[in-house]
Design a protein around this ligand. Structure first.
Ligand SMILES: Nc1ncnc2c1ncn2[C@@H]1O[C@H](COP(=O)(O)OP(=O)(O)OP(=O)(O)O)[C@@H](O)[C@H]1O
Ligand SMILES: [Mg+2]
Length: 265
């Protein structure tokens, strides 16, 4: 595979921190020297524009409807990466029409050779459009919080991705942890439940790749309120440090996977 490594960032339950992570992880990866694009694929209710305080003239909507070429929808974000924003309230895109399918796939084909990493910020849950966006990615990262409803929804999402798309490896980030070790504990629990209750064909099992946790940190809400990236407004905060660590692990995992692909059989 050449070009960008495409990572979909998704979740079972809404509001768990996908958009916050997408934007700040992009900044952390950019700091490591990667050329990064974030695509806002929460096509119904986008809010990456709010988090980044950007007001694009041209959005994915214009690209998808043929009103503007793709290049015009790519904009520089603070944090040293680029974004393509959906534009808010595009009700027609909350449904997965053949046109949306085709356009999303075409979009990824076009941007792949131009970047090291493409992050797709999806909506929550297992709607057709979320599942389709995830299906186009090389890897999926599920965000969950330690609360039981978020964990149950993360379990359901990971299960559906394995059953429908044959994704037996899923990355996990536990957000809003309140105790040291809580993220690891949650990942271990989730892995055990998946092992026990999800039966895949050929006896395959699902492997969770925990990338780490993000501390519940008032700096996150403050940065959102200031409409600034956490990584820029509060780079020394606990949550920012956690995100840098997640970026490091992600880069490591990608390098390991690439080395595996290159080694002789
Ligand atoms: N680690 C954290 N510490 C404190 N607050 C957090 C943290 N992570 C997220 N939040 C809060 O949760 C809010 C929702 O986060 P975000 O918008 O990223 O979630 P989302 O998963 O993208 O939501 P949606 O499903 O609606 O797209 C943030 O605006 C922030 O206030
Ligand atoms: Mg979001």
């Amino acid at each position: 595979m050449s070009g960008a490594h495409i990572l979909a960032i998704t979740s079972g339950k809404g509001g768990v921190g996908k958009t916050m992570l997408s934007a700040n992880l992009a900044a952390a990866l950019a700091r490591r020297g990667e050329k990064v694009l974030v695509i806002d694929a929460d096509l119904g209710l986008a809010n990456l524009d709010v988090v980044l305080n950007l007001h694009p003239r041209i959005t994915l909507h214009d690209v998808f409807t043929g009103k503007a070429p793709l290049d015009q929808a790519v904009i520089d974000a603070p944090g040293g990466f680029q974004v393509m924003l959906a534009g808010s309230g595009l009700i027609e895109y909350s449904r997965l029409t053949p046109q949306v399918r085709e356009q999303l796939a075409l979009l990824l084909d076009t941007v792949r050779p131009r970047y090291d990493r493409v992050l797709i910020d999806t909506g929550a849950g297992i709607s057709d459009i979320v599942l389709y966006a995830v299906s186009l990615a090389d890897e999926v990262l599920v965000v969950a919080t330690p609360e039981p409803p978020a964990l149950a929804d993360a379990y359901a999402t990971i299960k559906v991705l394995a059953m429908q798309q044959g994704r037996t490896s899923t990355m996990l980030v536990v957000n809003q942890t309140q105790r040291p070790g809580e993220g690891r504990h949650v990942a271990t629990q989730l892995q055990a439940v998946l092992q026990r209750f999800v039966q895949l064909a050929d006896g395959a099992s699902i492997t969770l790749q925990p990338l780490g946790n993000i501390t519940l940190d008032t700096a996150v809400r403050q940065s959102v309120q200031k409409r600034q990236l956490l990584m820029l407004a509060y780079p020394g905060s606990d949550a920012a440090q956690d995100i840098r660590e997640i970026a490091r692990r992600l880069a490591e995992a990608t390098a390991t996977a690439a080395a595996g692909l290159q080694s002789p059989p």
